[in-house]
Design a protein around this ligand. Structure first.
Ligand SMILES: [Zn+2]
Length: 70
């Protein structure tokens, strides 16, 4: 199985959370990304993130006065 982020090798792991029973999941050996069936179900129920949020030239910038870039 391959990592969705970096295509690295995923290994089976037991993930533990306080007060919760251990859950079988996957961890990437290269980038450390972890996933489990619950995470996959949540991911599948949402739209893909919008990758290109670049401003179109000529359109107004975000609200003036809150920019910290000088
Ligand atoms: Zn990875």
């Amino acid at each position: 199985m391959q990592c969705l982020r970096c295509q690295g090798l995923l290994i089976a792991v037991q993930m533990r959370d306080m007060g919760q029973p251990p859950v079988s999941g996957w961890r990437c050996l290269l980038c450390g990304a972890t996933t489990d069936p619950g995470i996959e179900a949540n991911r599948a129920s949402h739209d893909q993130p919008i990758r290109n949020r670049a401003r179109v030239p000529g359109t107004p910038t975000a609200k003036p006065g809150i920019s910290r870039v000088r």
